[in-house]
Ligand binder design. Sequence first.
Ligand SMILES: Nc1ncnc2c1ncn2[C@@H]1O[C@H](COP(=O)(O)OP(=O)(O)O)[C@@H](O)[C@H]1O
Ligand SMILES: [Mg+2]
Length: 352
Amino acid sequence: MAETILEVKDLQINFKTYAGVVHAVRGVNFDLKQGETLAIVGESGSGKSVTSNALMKLIPQPPGIYAGGQILFEGRDLIPLTEKEMTKLRGNDIAMIFQDPMTALNPTMKIGKQITEVILKHQKGTPKAAAKKRAIELLDEVGIPYPEKRFSQYPHEFSGGMRQRVVIAIALAAEPKLLIADEPTTALDVTIQAQIIELMKKIQKERNTSIIFITHDLGVVANIADRVAVMYAGQIVEYGDVNEIFYNPKHPYTWGLLGSMPDLENKTDELLRTIPGSPPDLIHPPKGDAFAARNEFAMQIDYEQEPPMFEVSPSHFAKTWLLHPDAPEVPLPEAVAKRIEGYLAKEEVQNV
Ligand SMILES: Nc1ncnc2c1ncn2[C@@H]1O[C@H](COP(=O)(O)OP(=O)(O)O)[C@@H](O)[C@H]1O
Ligand SMILES: [Mg+2]
């Protein structure tokens, strides 16, 4: 059994604003094993970026407040650490990749220098020539053609997809144990997106890096994740092995996300349905289940009491009253049932 590298317990992050206190992350729990990829999925505004920034202690304070919980990285809680201690961890043990690669790149510095700086900082005493050689190897490893030539170019000379590869090379230069990628492919076109995901899978296999992959697109998750956490209104509402989330989803919000995935196989499928309604106001989070107002199967209790995490299997949990033993059985929405049938049919074909 792989070692647990990260354990997040009851994490709560607030923001103090003029309109009131925004409860952006409301009691998030998950863990991550060495070499594992966890995908965090949810609509825009569900708290994915706040959660991942919190892991790096990148929440600006003020307006942000670490209002509760623990972030145990290799058993040590990061929340009480000083900025100096965190600086040592960042980029060293934990590295992060963002949606816009330009936020991570210095536009006025050749990319070779940006990579060697990280190598020299993290492997102190490395001779300059060896650092350069390593940087070129890294550029090659992340799939950048002509790495020797590219070494001496500036970020603006790279395309968006190539820039994201450079950012990944910089992140890898420090040989982090944990890589957090916040929508790293969202700004890229579908082909490049698939290439970056393949690259991250390769990195994980070769280096046994643990990855937290954040996305609003459930479609990319099946390809990269071992486990999936579905976030809604600052909470994890369903959590489990990737196959259980895709084949046996239990939360109506997950059904909504699955149902709104574009079907690439079947072009006649309706394009991009969205889940009707909008997420709740996080200054005044609703009593009961935060998803109730958008849940066509909501019961009285959904408006009164917050559901607990029900265990579906030892590796699958969902926070919905529909899993209560007294709840009525509700049929899986047709779009989701059809989607699952589609996966099963595809598997049968592959297994013949
Ligand atoms: N600096 C901030 N001040 C106030 N509210 C914030 C701040 N940063 C994030 N939030 C709020 O926290 C919630 C979660 O945001 P975020 O984590 O960025 O969502 P996601 O990444 O899932 O799209 C949103 O309601 C957002 O408005
Ligand atoms: Mg985000």
